[in-house]
Design a protein around this ligand. Structure first.
Ligand code: SF4
Ligand code: SF4
Length: 61
């Protein structure tokens, strides 16, 4: 199973760091939430870029 990024919106500060870090432009900062787009490659960079730990990788390896 592929690990995919997920977001706990309770911890998201809408700082946009994950959007800027994504090499695929697969994150979208909407007014008050982050969306993962269909071109996400599950690379995990956004999860490492998030300063609040709101993005995490879920699923198996
Ligand atoms: S896992 Fe990688 S490709 Fe997917 S949204 Fe995060 S940074 Fe972008
Ligand atoms: S980097 Fe983290 S806190 Fe900042 S917008 Fe993305 S998910 Fe939210």
């Amino acid at each position: 199973m592929t690990r995919k990024p997920a977001i706990d919106r309770a911890f998201c500060m809408h700082c946009g760091a994950c959007v800027g870090a994504c090499p695929e432009n697969a994150l979208s900062l909407e007014e008050v939430w982050i969306e993962f787009l269909s071109n996400c490659t599950n690379c995990g960079i956004c999860a490492r870029a998030c300063p609040s730990g709101a993005i995490f990788m879920e699923g198996g390896k």
